[in-house]
Design a protein around this ligand. Structure first.
Ligand code: CP3
Length: 344
């Protein structure tokens, strides 16, 4: 089988025979085989074993027939290297034992050492580079989203402490953003060097900000990350501004990314309009639609694909990550449906 580069071509707005498809959180708990592995090992234990992490990355590619793989890892993985002590706790998410609350806490954060501390991630990527017939997407969490965990100490609804620092001590906030941006840019570059064929920056929670606050407190950091990677012209770069990000889209014009991920609240056409047709777009089926019967899922997918295929530069995905409750069978059917329906 030859290498399937459909996803890369779509990211670069080149001609494609059909829409490429992959799913955020495609390696995960909806798969009973993954659950079996999780009975024995935690997420961090899987990540520390390159052969196993590579296998978990490959599972959804084999089972679903998607057009891209995403590295099995977590956005929190690199923060151990800068001095953060954390766990990923079942049914909660990342929990930080030494939350970042003061100027001193931020000053103490060290530069990331990818080779020394994240060698297992690079090794996983190298294995996948040999095995995969579809592109591997490397990824990192964006500074706001990572900061929200570091400051709150756990997942949060209202980001009270995070915003308290952002509004109350903007200099400390900017220092934290800069340090995290350097971590992210270094880490993504190393992932690409090891063999990742595309990278995605996950800013899952930044939609909590008003556009004027996003522009002031976060956007310069996002621009700086993509600027730092802009020499890597063969590697498509995706920025996913997370849930409820529709109002942020018009502010992204200067970001040197190739693709913007859309959540499901904004139809693809409207998303493209707000982005001035400058980027390829990725998304944006509501992940909860997967709870519906198959004909309803297909109707919802058609709505996305019909708009997506009107212009070059469309990658089918969900508007946010898969839920553990999703059905493997429906995901298989949806993948085949997208691949067939979008063909021309
Ligand atoms: O399949 C893939 O997408 C690749 C692997 C991946 C994971 N996390 C593995 C994981 C990716 C890309 C992520 C990104 C991630 N991690 C994000 C951004 C994407 C998003 O969904 O918004 C965020 C915010 C995190 C932080 C995080 N890690 C959360 C909120 C949780 C969920 C807690 C829970 O139990 O629901 C995690 C844990 C996590 N990361 C799981 C997986 C498969 C689930 C728990 C597990 O299997 O151990």
């Amino acid at each position: 089988m030859s290498f399937n580069d459909l996803f890369l071509r779509a990211c670069f707005k080149q001609d494609v025979e059909r829409a490429p498809v992959w799913y955020m959180r495609q390696a995960g708990r909806y798969d009973p085989d993954y659950q079996k592995i999780k009975e024995k090992y935690s997420l961090l234990e899987i990540c520390s074993q390159p052969e196993l992490a590579a296998e978990v990355t490959l599972m959804p590619v084999r089972k679903l027939g998607v057009d891209a793989a995403i590295l099995y890892s977590d956005i929190m993985n690199p923060v151990a290297s800068i001095g953060i002590d954390f766990d990923i706790v079942k049914n909660i998410g990342p929990v930080i034992h030494n939350p970042v609350r003061t100027r001193q806490d931020v000053e103490r954060l060290r530069p990331v050492q990818v080779e020394a501390d994240l060698g297992h991630v690079l090794e996983t990527i190298k294995i996948l580079d040999r095995e995969l017939k579809v592109p591997l997407i490397g990824f990192a969490g964006a500074p706001f989203t990572i900061a929200s965990y570091l400051i709150e100490g756990k997942p949060s609804k209202n980001y009270l402490r995070t915003k308290a620092m952002m509004y109350g001590d903007p200099e400390t906030w900017q220092l934290l953003m800069r340090k995290l941006a350097d971590m992210v840019a270094t880490y993504l570059r190393e992932q690409i060097r090891a063999g990742a064929k595309a990278v995605q920056l996950f800013d899952s929670w930044v939609g909590a900000l008003a556009p004027h606050d996003f522009t002031r407190f976060v956007l310069p950091t996002i621009e700086s990350i993509f600027e730092q990677l802009s020499d890597l012209i063969d590697v498509p770069k995706i920025y996913f501004p997370g849930v409820s990000s529709g109002e942020l889209l018009p502010t992204l014009g200067q970001v040197k990314a190739n693709v913007i991920g859309l959540d499901w609240r904004i139809p693809i056409e409207e998303g493209r309009r707000r982005l001035n047709h400058r980027f390829a777009v990725q998304g944006n089926l509501d992940p909860t639609v997967l709870m519906a019967p198959m004909p309803v899922i297909e109707e919802a997918a058609k709505f996305v694909i019909d708009q997506g295929m009107k212009e070059p530069g469309f990658v089918f995905n969900l508007g946010h990550g898969l839920f553990p409750e999703a059905s493997l069978e429906k995901l298989k059917e949806l993948t085949a449906f997208v691949q067939q329906y979008s063909s021309r």
